[in-house]
Ligand binder design. Structure first.
Ligand code: SF4
Length: 259
């Protein structure tokens, strides 16, 4: 995953475990693996490598955020996971069950589950999601969009998450969206020492298409190899929009209130 701190698209980040295997061109410069090499050194990447569950003290954090949200009367977004993939085949089922229990027990939080393994979601959840979950797929190029958008659409139709989202980051080429595009379109260029450049015209096109399709557009960063990540503006404007939870709740069928 990319680095998300100080980015307006989420309020908190939670990692239930650490470790992963690269499965997409979007993973080529995996930020999390880089951290393991330098700062954390806790988990090795790849097939057959053990994933490392984070400490109980870390698992208690979302409960604190949930209590605070209840007090404030808001619905903060929690991005899960930046150093792993929730729907990784090599993660123990029991860990994922524990995570979904935690999600159910923190109903004031909006959990953003972003995956590069969208094809696993239906089989790993049985098509049943806690009501405070949004599901996202990373789709960095046209090939992966064409391959994965209907899998995300199926999750939307069958499992009825709060909303769906597409992380088009790193955006590695121009993408033509269609009527099955996710509800929330998040676009960003890659950053870091080996960042692959994003042409601004690709991002502009995503913005135009989002508007035409009635989707919510969020622009995270231009990206690049410099420390400022190219800034957060697209043609002099910021786009930090999020789906409106109140409206989404209002349009949810009443019979979907299951855990
Ligand atoms: S899915 Fe995310 S955490 Fe896993 S290798 Fe790819 S970029 Fe890294």
């Amino acid at each position: 995953m990319a680095e998300f701190s100080k980015i307006e698209w989420t309020d908190h980040t939670f990692n239930p475990w650490i470790g992963c295997t690269k499965v997409s061109p979007a993973c080529d410069n995996c930020y999390a693996e880089g951290l393991m090499d330098t700062r954390y050194g806790r988990a090795r990447w790849g097939v057959g490598q053990a994933r490392v569950r984070t400490a109980a003290s870390n698992w208690s954090q979302p409960r604190k955020w949930d209590r605070q949200a209840a007090k404030n009367g808001d619905r903060p977004f929690v991005f899960c996971a930046s150093l792993a993939d929730v729907f990784d085949n090599e993660v123990e089922e029991a860990w994922r069950r524990d995570l979904f229990k935690l999600i159910e027990e923190t109903p004031n939080l909006v959990w953003l589950l972003l995956t590069k393994r969208i094809g696993n979601v239906m089989k790993m959840t049985g098509g049943v999601l806690p009501i405070n979950v949004a599901i996202g797929a990373t789709m960095p190029n046209q090939y992966e969009y064409d391959r994965d958008r209907m899998k995300l659409w199926e999750v939307k139709q069958e499992a009825r998450p709060l909303f769906t989202f597409g992380s088009f980051e790193p955006l590695l080429g121009p993408i033509i969206l269609d009527k099955n595009a996710p509800d929330w379109i998040i676009v960003g260029g890659e950053s870091g020492a080996n960042a692959r450049p994003m042409e601004l015209e690709w991002a502009r096109s995503m913005k135009r298409q989002s508007e035409e399709l009635g989707r919510v557009f969020n622009f995270k960063q231009v990206g690049g190899r410099k420390a400022d990540k190219g800034g957060h503006e697209l043609d002099g404007q910021t786009y930090f929009a999020r789906p409106e939870i109140a409206r989404l709740n209002a349009t949810r069928p009443a019979d979907l209130g299951r855990g």
